[in-house]
Design a binder for this molecule. Structure first.
Ligand code: GFB
Length: 442
């Protein structure tokens, strides 16, 4: 019996040696059968960890972009702290936004970030992966994705009642009615998951949370979870709002180069504006940008004139169309400009009304071709408007609109003098809210 076993052992050894493989114990797969190359690939994969997130459904495009900056800075800090694991941020697909209702834009769900942003630029700040790519690498071949843990961030209502705010990170029972996730079976939850049907989670926890994003490090538990999702990520605050790190993350959010090209073409054709003449040339790589304040901008004034839901939600600060026109006229005359670029979500008749008050000027807005709206959707058109505003000699925005804030940030990055950027339309010439000023830090 012993000699048969010996013969078998020697035969296996010969087969292994002639095949060039080795018998070694591979901890990653808990087997003896792997050769060392395969084993190191497995080991490497074992170190991959994925963070996913989602934002309160009604929030718009530009607040969502701000939430990205929060989580990007969070991940950057994590990578610095923890070298044991390879951390990646999964980019939540865009879609189903309340404001994105253009009928000729085709489907506006599950849009990848590459539609709007330059992924290479994002990668230069942190490791990001589009959702569809994550699904390929993470699924076990059958296209089903099972996340290890979902945390639903919730405000502590008590703090809002008492006005006493302190950091909190506490797993609590999930109130049934607030839970958009439901149990399918033991260790399997279905939920909204960016409207994907093939995604579930093994565990769902509600987290009463107050504090900055980095307070969530402790919830990651990478020796237990490979993938963790945070829902309602907008509840976590910036770790470093307005700091150098904040601005690095923000600067990495360059747009899809095709959107810059469309805006460039429009500026040259209709606004007599080029980067050479306007002193707005930027290095191709955002990490090579430097602090400057000498951008001149194209010979036009740009206004972001927010209407629709803002007229109701921000009654106290949004001017009538006539009031807006009179403020714009005054500034145009001041600056000796006769071209006005209007970025707006206004109805066409509102835009015509604005124009009717300003007959002495050339008043323009960007109108996308069928091809552009179909390819880049409402989000892409919004970005084109933002790029054109960010290259104007002078910019006036809408008080407290995150759409305006993103333009102001872009102008700070390009290098305009602050006084040409942080201006807002007033309710009336006499009644004006104070504009916030978040200047860039290098
Ligand atoms: O981006 P956003 O959150 O900015 O929402 P606010 C406004 C959306 O409306 C944009 C469209 O994403 C665009 O789709 N939009 C607004 C525009 N202005 C323009 C424009 O000038 N050009 C183009 N092309 N599109 C928040 C809302 O809006 O205001 C919240 O998201 C809430 O739901 C809050 O209503 C009061 O910060 O301006």
């Amino acid at each position: 019996m012993m000699s048969i076993l010996w013969i078998l052992y020697i035969a296996i050894l010969i087969v292994c040696i002639t095949n060039g493989s080795e018998f070694e114990f591979c901890e990653a797969s808990n087997e003896y059968t792997e050769n060392s190359e395969k084993c190191s690939v497995r080991k490497h994969f074992m170190r991959e960890r994925y963070i996913l997130y989602d934002v309160n459904r009604p929030e718009g495009f530009n607040l969502r972009r701000d939430v990205y900056v929060r989580i990007a800075v969070f991940l950057k800090g994590l990578v610095k702290k923890d070298k044991e694991f390879q951390w990646h941020l999964v980019l939540p697909p865009w879609g189903n936004l309340y404001h994105w209702q253009s009928k000729n834009a085709g489907s506006q769900v599950h849009l990848p970030w590459a539609n709007f942003f330059d992924i290479g630029s994002l990668q230069q700040y942190i490791s990001v992966i589009e959702m569809y790519k994550f699904m390929e690498v993470y699924s076990s071949g059958d296209k089903e994705i099972e996340l290890d843990c979902v945390y639903i961030l919730q405000h502590d209502q008590e703090m809002f009642k008492t006005g006493k705010f302190e950091d909190k990170n506490e797993v609590v029972d999930c109130a049934r009615d607030s839970l958009r996730y439901y149990k399918l079976e033991q260790h399997s939850y279905a939920g909204p998951f960016w409207d994907y049907r093939n995604v579930t989670a093994r565990d769902v926890k509600c987290l009463k949370f107050h504090g900055t994003a980095s307070d969530l490090y402790r919830n990651l538990m990478p020796t237990r979870y490979k993938s963790v999702m945070f829902d309602h990520m907008e509840i976590a605050l910036h770790d470093e709002y307005g700091s150098k790190e904040y601005w690095r993350a923000r600067r990495s959010m360059r747009y899809n180069s095709k959107l810059y090209d469309i805006a460039k073409d429009y500026r040259r054709t209709f606004l007599n504006s080029t980067d050479e003449d306007d002193n707005t040339k930027r290095p191709a790589d955002w990490t090579e940008e430097v602090n400057r304040r000498d951008a001149i901008g194209g010979p036009y004034l740009a206004v972001h004139f927010r209407r629709r839901d803002f007229i109701i939600g921000h009654k106290a600060t949004v001017p009538t169309i006539e009031d807006a026109a009179s403020q714009l006229q005054e500034k145009m005359d001041d600056l000796g400009l006769n071209v006005l670029f209007v970025a707006t979500d206004a109805e066409q008749h509102e835009f015509e009304e604005l124009k009717s008050y300003l007959p002495q000027y050339k008043v323009l807005k960007y109108v996308p071709s069928k091809y552009v709206i179909n390819k880049f959707k409402d989000g892409g058109i919004a970005i084109i408007d933002q790029i054109i505003c960010s290259h104007a000699r002078y910019f006036i925005g809408t008080h407290e609109s995150t759409f305006t804030f993103r333009i102001q940030e872009d102008r700070e990055i390009i290098g305009f003098p602050a006084k040409t950027t942080f201006n807002i339309l007033c309710k009336t010439k006499k009644k004006c809210a104070k504009a916030s000023q978040w200047q860039i830090v290098w």
